[in-house]
Design a protein around this ligand. Sequence first.
Ligand code: SF4
Length: 224
Amino acid sequence: MDVTQCNDCKRLRTYCERIGKEKRKAYQNDQYWARPVPAFGVPQPEVVIVGLAPGAHGANRTGRVFTGDRSGEWLYRALHRADFANQSESTGLGDGLQLKNAIVTCVVKCAPPDNKPTPGEIARCSKKFFDVEIQKYSRARVYIALGQIAFHALWKKLGNQKTRPKFEHGKEIELEKGLLLLSYHPSQQNTFTGRLTEPMFDRIFARANDALRAGPAKSTAELC
Ligand code: SF4
């Protein structure tokens, strides 16, 4: 099913459409996307970057994941510095941005009120779209979880039923399918307070590049 046509979560669909009509004052002349937001990047990436959900006036406005708000500015600048993007700015569909060997996606495809999807909404969207997507990326070797919920969703899919480790920024976890890197989400809550700095964020993507250069994932015998 085309993700952009999904209406399964009534609360989220109502919210996204309402925000799209009310609009923020600064964007009164914009036509809001106001639909579920698909992943953005190459179809078969080696690097998969996962966030929580679209921002109400960011991706829910522009139609591209992590685009149109401060979190996205941080993410695409970092991707450009690490050579996973051809430009540092992501302003909207048709701006010329292309990712290299990477894809950016979210666990939940519709913007939630207060950036907080319910556990039921997370489970529903994961089952219907996110888990299927992750399965589809057969060349993926590095997964980057931006925040705890992204980590939990990835772990559920890739953790091979092992006990989930504690979330820590910078933590690296060997998976059967590759390497999982944990990062704080580049939300304003983290970046304005200095909890996440650009050098900290850059180190995550530098590790992704190191892992790609190091070659295929370790054999099963070496995995934790
Ligand atoms: S959050 Fe996911 S499952 Fe729910 S309506 Fe949006 S696309 Fe559909």
